[in-house]
Every structure is written in C-alpha cells, then in structure tokens.
Design a protein around this ligand. Structure first.
Ligand SMILES: Cc1cc2nc3c(=O)[nH]c(=O)nc-3n(C[C@H](O)[C@H](O)[C@H](O)COP(=O)(O)OP(=O)(O)OC[C@H]3O[C@@H](n4cnc5c(N)ncnc54)[C@H](O)[C@@H]3O)c2cc1C
Length: 438
C-alpha cells in the first residue's frame, strides 16, 4: 500500500504508511483499529516513552459502545469496566431529584460503560498491537510540524511529511504518509499549526478534583450519581471496577466540581489537595453512601480545570485533519469526550474507505463532524444532563424539599436528558436507525 516517497531523500523509510495517526489516546487507537478493519494501512506516533494507564474514570454511552462493539471489543471491556445500570440525581442534602435507566436497561442494543480511562486505553492498545502488529504504535515520537506536498509527483502521488522529535527534543527521521490525523489531545501541536493565534483552552470557572476509592457497592451497584450543584459543590460518582477484592468491593470513581475564580494547572497528572475542596462535601453523609468518607479514603486525588475551546470552523487543511480533543475539547459534563473521539474515528475511517486516501474524504469528515461536535461542545456549556441539578437547585433555593414533583415535573427533567441525547447522537431511536459508519 505504501507508495509515498520522501521527496528529500527519494527513499521510503520503514516508518512510512498511508495514514499517520498522531497520538495514542482513545481517539488515535480507535482510528487505528477502524482503519485496519477498513483495510487501510496506518501507524500511530505517540509522544510519551511509555503508555501508562493514566487518568481516572470515564463513561462510554451506548453510541460509543456501539462503535466498540463493531470492533469486537465488548468482551474485553466487560473484563475491565462496569455496565452502568442507571443515571440518578440528588441534591446536596441527599434528596432524590430524577433517575432513568442507562444502557441496555434503557432499551438500547448496546451497554453503557463506566470504566477507568487507563483500562480503556490499555484495552485499545492491546487490540491495536495484536491486530496491526507490535510496531504499529511508535512511542517517544512527538509530532512537531506537518508539511504537505504542494503538488503530485510523477506517479500522481501526493502526501504529507510529519516532523517529530524524541522526548529529549532530538529530531527523528521524518515520516511520510498520504494523510495525517492529529489525535494529540487538548494540547495538540497540529491544532496549533492550523490555528497559531488561538489562545489557551478556555476556563469554564469550575475546577475538578478527581479520585478513586475502594468501597462497597452502593445503590444498584452500577449507578452513575450526580449530586449538588457547581456553585456550592457538585459530585459525580460511579463504580469503574467490580469485585476488586475478596470482600466484593468496587473501585469507585468520583469527581468533585466547584466554581473557583482561578483555574487549576492544566496537567492531567497534577495532585490535588483535600483542603482545597473537601469543606464543600464534609457534611455529605447520605443513607446510601458516605460521600465525605469516600473522598477521605481515596487512593489519590488529582486536580484539573474544566476547560474547552470555542468550536473551530474547520479542522482540515488539505491532507491534514484533527480528531477528538485536538479538534473539539469539551467540558466533561455529558460523558461525551471519549465518545465523540470514538465516533470521529469511526466516521473518518468510513469516509476514507468510501472516498479514498485524499482531501475529499477529509472534507466530508470535516463537514459532518465539525457541525455535530460543535453542538455538543456548546450544549455541554449550557444544558448538559447536569442542568437537571441546576434546575432543582435554583427552584428549591437550595432548601430541602419533601417531593421533587412540588418543584419541577418529571417530564421537564426528562426533557433535559432527552434533548441532550439528541444533540450528542444517542437518542435511542436515532441510534437504532443509523447505519454503521463503516
Ligand atoms: C494522561 C491523560 C489523562 C486523562 N485523564 C482523564 C480523566 O481522568 N477523565 C477524563 O474525562 N478525561 C481524561 N483525559 C481526557 C480523555 O482521555 C479525552 O477527553 C478523551 O478520551 C478523548 O481522547 P483523545 O484521544 O482525543 O485525547 P487524549 O486521550 O488526550 O490522547 C491524546 C494523546 O496524544 C498524545 N500526544 C499529545 N501531543 C502529542 C504530540 N505532539 N505527538 C504525539 N503524541 C502526542 C498524548 O500523550 C495522548 O496519548 C485524559 C487524557 C490524558 C492524556
């Protein structure tokens, strides 16, 4: 398949391929698996020297699980994640606001997963190495710049050259391909090349402290809980690993979110301090879970600011495009960050299979996915599912109430949830009717 020559040396290197994928996060690895499924050669270049299972929990909604099902990965996910059974909302006083079934319990053909980001990434990485070969992921390759051919060569080929360094900053031999896809996350070098004047990610005014704690199952054993509200302290809590010991404990992921004037440092591995956020949750002792104890007993606490970027008009220039957080970083209020990266990857692989390895496929991908993800980014700012918490908080004036129905109807709350499903592409009827991207 490789027919791209390095113009400066006029020699192909063994690292040349058809599709160059920059970044071995969730988006880059799903793209590699999808291209392989479509019969298209690719190679992944990752900046870190060793891919480690970093991060804490994420949720994969049924639209993303469908794509991983088409890649034959659900048995592997079942070995590491938890199938989410319900989504449930409470006030900070522990009063019930709203719940709805999730995944297959809600009638979808696909499950919803609550999973450690590291477990998901390592599952995808193992599948890539097994299906595409050990050398399909090159670590310690940081992309710094992409060059595109100005015209086709004598055999009608045109392509891209990606310049990279190792982690010490030493230049590596450039790599040639037909196209390049920047899956290099929120600090994307390729996005910076396309938009050099764009500022730093936009702070939402909310900082997050994330942790995992070993504890007994609570509620259904597969409940995704959201409680409180951002101005006074909001918690998201869900189990991400089952039966982690002989006592049947689960690994439970939690995220504390509080409005704060100053953003935390934008580093996924930065340690957080209990005193910066714990006071907001110190009296959260619900009959179904002692939230204060959950926080205090965490293995470790990480902090990160809730950030996104204004949507871009396009991610594509010629033979280069962006995918996932590099293309559309979003505030994590709708469980869609990893999911939209997965859908980008599947849609792009489908267009490359249909239209060939050139700008036309990238344009079609851009046309469909910029519009779709712009809506998700903007809705995550204004009316994601946790707007249910906002409505209960504002209408109750943060005072305990007897019955939620006296404050807001179930229909109105369900409307918030249903509208988000349509925006993000996991409305049950829409998802069942949509043909496969590949
Ligand atoms: C270390 C880490 C921890 C995270 N933890 C969480 C979490 O706990 N909860 C959560 O909701 N989200 C987390 N995220 C973000 C989440 O993974 C993404 O929002 C989502 O999965 C979309 O994935 P992505 O593939 O677009 O980006 P990412 O998952 O961010 O992957 C981008 C990849 O590109 C690599 N990369 C970056 N620059 C270059 C370059 N110049 N050249 C080559 N490779 C490059 C990165 O090392 C990374 O492996 C984390 C991301 C990272 C990188």
């Amino acid at each position: 398949m490789d027919k791209h020559t390095d113009k400066r040396t006029d020699k192909r290197t063994d690292k040349d391929t058809d599709v160059i994928i920059v970044g071995a996060g969730v988006g880059g690895l799903v793209l590699a698996l999808s291209l392989h499924q479509a019969g298209i050669a690719c190679r992944v270049y990752e900046s870190v020297r060793e891919i480690k299972p970093l991060g804490v929990g994420i949720n994969l909604l049924p639209h993303a699980a469908r794509e991983l099902d088409e890649l034959g990965l659900l048995p592997a996910l079942d070995r590491v994640g938890v199938r989410t059974k319900e989504s449930i909302f409470f006030t900070r006083h522990g009063q019930f606001i709203y719940s709805e079934p999730a995944g297959q319990a809600a009638g979808y053909a696909w499950p919803q997963y609550s999973i450690h980001r590291g477990d998901l990434q390592m599952t995808l990485l193992a599948a890539v190495r097994e299906r595409l070969g050990e050398d399909s992921v090159c670590v310690d390759h940081r992309a710094v710049r992409v060059e595109q051919d100005e015209s086709e060569d004598a055999s009608g080929n045109a392509g891209v050259t990606v310049h990279m360094t190792d982690s010490a900053g030493v230049e590596r031999p450039p790599v040639r391909g037909a196209i390049v896809v920047g899956c290099d996350g929120i600090h994307s070098a390729l996005r910076k090349q396309l938009y050099p004047d764009e500022g730093a990610p936009r702070y939402s005014g909310v900082n997050m402290w994330r942790g995992v704690t070993r504890c007994k199952p609570f509620l259904s054993g597969g409940s995704m809980v959201r409680a409180g509200w951002l101005s006074i302290g909001k918690m998201v809590i869900y189990p991400i690993r089952d039966n982690i010991d002989a006592d049947g404990n689960q690994l439970v992921n939690w995220v504390a979110e509080i409005e704060s004037p100053e953003p935390a440092v934008r580093d996924w591995t930065r340690q957080g301090r209990l005193e910066d956020f714990f006071p907001a949750f110190a009296d959260w002792h619900f009959d179904w879970l002692d939230v204060a104890a959950l926080i205090r007993n965490a293995d470790a606490v990480l902090e990160y600011p809730m950030v996104d970027q204004d949507p871009l008009p396009t991610w594509t220039r010629g033979r280069m495009t962006l995918l996932g957080d590099a293309a559309h970083p979003m505030v994590p209020r709708g469980s869609n960050g990893a999911g939209q990266a997965i859908i980008d990857a599947r849609y792009l692989a489908g267009q490359l299979k249909r239209l060939g390895l050139g700008p036309a496929a990238l344009q079609e991908y851009d046309r469909a996915r910029v519009a779709a993800t712009t809506k998700v980014v903007l809705t995550n700012r204004s009316n994601p599912p946790d707007a249910i918490l906002r409505e209960a908080y504002e209408r109750s004036h943060d005072r305990p109430f007897d019955r939620i129905e006296d404050i807001i109807s179930r229909d109105e709350l369900q409307g918030i949830s249903d509208r988000y499903k349509q925006v993000a592409g996991f409305d049950p009827a829409m998802l069942a009717a949509r043909p496969s991207f590949l």
